[in-house]
Design a protein around this ligand. Structure first.
Ligand SMILES: Cc1cc2nc3c(=O)[nH]c(=O)nc-3n(C[C@H](O)[C@H](O)[C@H](O)COP(=O)(O)OP(=O)(O)OC[C@H]3O[C@@H](n4cnc5c(N)ncnc54)[C@H](O)[C@@H]3O)c2cc1C
Length: 436
């Protein structure tokens, strides 16, 4: 399926070039000029598919995982801008004259093209560097959504007005079809789906404090509906609607409950920023729009995995907890070694439940807590769970085990490097990152 989708993406993204090649009418333009129009055609195909990639359509997400699709969306945005940056100079030096680049005394559609290129550059720069520049996620998302519409509409108008190459009917039809596809993806994702979710919200039926700054929120399905099906370790998007002036924002969180539990679904959330700082103020009876499930960080999707090493850093325990709970509920006898790093023992979420599962029979769980700043009297492992320590701890496991890692980026990087140094192939490692 992944290969079919990749092929489909290539065909649609390149369709402007394919149609041009098929109906090629020999013109009197230079090769450089033709290359200039081709880069714009290719960029139009890529830009038109950008909203489709992030529309969260299950058939696109499922084979790759939303994180992979989101990263691909980002890289293709950068690639489209790179293509479009070559467009004006190729057109100018290919016959239209250097004045195209140096003066503003140009037809309106050329000026529109220049403005769009600046907006597109800003769009990509803020997507790549926004966080480093201190832009909040919500402000970035707002700009991203509005700029996307302006860019898509503007590129369409510019190409129709400037593009004598768009004379042939098949090209005009294709141009419109791509615009229609992109508009449908955008409206579906941004308006229709959220409206549908708002009409049948889940209800908060429990809120439990796990550690001083970690909370589990339990949600029940709307009356008359069942909790949707999901794999253990997947995530969903939640938009809470709470009393008072608490913020209403959509965020992604792992489902920490087990799919075997049918009366509620839960997420376990750490206070780590301005929105999550309010999570403890959520109350029973509040509601949430729920969209999911997404992701491929789930042992049930890899039936070949039989022997597990789970490596968790802090709140990265949530998908692994979902899987351990599911193994317990389904009476799986799989061996699981959980290496769980935290700062202090107070930061360990699910401590007593993990101990309970460890003392039971399903799965055959062994938990090793590693604390970086242990309190006096701690007799367990202490220090950083870095590559060297990890290799020592899993030395008996080797290549046969499957390694599931969910931790902050530096810890994940160290863990992967440590496992690679032991000869564990990438194919035996599965990672989840808490950023898309
Ligand atoms: C697949 C996945 C699963 C996750 N599971 C969990 C979990 O189980 N428990 C948990 O505590 N955290 C989880 N997270 C992280 C969680 O989404 C962020 O910590 C949370 O969104 C931060 O919000 P904030 O406004 O409080 O923090 P801020 O400090 O404002 O933001 C921190 C960072 O979080 C991201 N972010 C902020 N707002 C949003 C938003 N509205 N949508 C998307 N990303 C945003 C941005 O990268 C931002 O830079 C998960 C993330 C991903 C991608």
């Amino acid at each position: 399926m992944a290969a079919v989708l990749a092929a489909l993406y290539s065909v649609v993204a390149l369709s402007p070039l394919i149609v041009v090649a098929a109906i090629w009418l020999k013109g009197d333009m230079t090769l450089m000029h033709e290359t200039g129009t081709s880069t714009a055609f290719a960029a139009y195909g890529i830009i038109a598919l950008q909203p489709v990639l992030v529309a969260r359509w299950k058939w696109i997400e499922r084979p790759f995982g939303l994180d992979v699709v989101s990263r691909f969306h980002k890289y293709m945005g950068v690639f489209a801008v790179a293509l479009l940056l070559t467009h004006p100079p190729l057109m100018a030096f290919g016959g239209q004259g250097v004045a195209l680049l140096t003066t503003f005394n140009q037809p309106w559609y050329v000026l529109l093209g220049k403005a769009l290129l600046v907006l597109l550059l800003l769009h990509v720069c803020l997507s790549v560097f926004g966080q480093t520049l201190g832009l909040t996620f919500e402000k970035w998302r707002c700009f991203h959504n509005v700029a996307a519409i302006v860019i898509l509409g503007g590129v369409f108008v510019h190409s129709l007005a400037a593009g004598y190459d768009l004379g042939p009917i098949p090209l005009r039809v294709l141009w419109l079809a791509l615009l229609g596809l992109t508009a449908f993806a955008y409206v579906h994702h941004k308006i229709l789906v959220p409206r549908g979710l708002r009409q049948r919200p889940y209800e908060v039926v429990g809120i439990e404090q796990e550690t001083p700054n970690v909370w589990t929120v339990k949600l029940a399905a709307p009356a008359g509906e069942k909790i949707y099906d999901y794999h253990p370790g997947q995530f969903h998007f939640l938009t809470f609607h709470r009393s008072g002036d608490l913020p209403v924002e959509e965020h992604h969180w792992t489902i920490s409950s087990s799919p075997a539990t049918r009366d509620f679904i839960s997420s376990t959330i750490k206070e780590s920023g301005d929105f999550t700082a309010t999570i403890g103020k959520t109350r029973v009876g509040d509601t949430a729009d729920v969209q999911g499930p997404f992701g491929r960080f789930c042992y049930t999707l890899y039936p070949e995995d039989r022997d597990f090493v789970f490596i968790a850093g802090g709140i990265g325990i949530t998908p692994l907890m979902g899987m351990i709970r599911h193994m317990r509920d389904t009476k799986s006898e799989a061996p699981v070694l959980l290496l769980y790093a935290n700062r202090t023992s107070k930061d360990i979420a699910f401590k007593s439940e993990l101990a309970e599962i460890e003392s039971g029979s399903w799965p055959r769980l062994k938990v090793v807590h590693v604390l970086s700043s242990p309190e006096a009297g701690w007799t367990g492992e202490s220090g950083r769970l870095d590559g060297d320590r990890l290799t020592l701890m899993v030395s008996g496991k080797g290549e046969e085990a499957a390694y599931y890692i969910c931790a902050p980026p530096p810890m994940t990087k160290a863990a992967v490097a440590g496992l690679r140094s032991m000869g564990v192939p990438y194919a035996r490692m599965r990672t989840e990152q808490f950023s898309l």
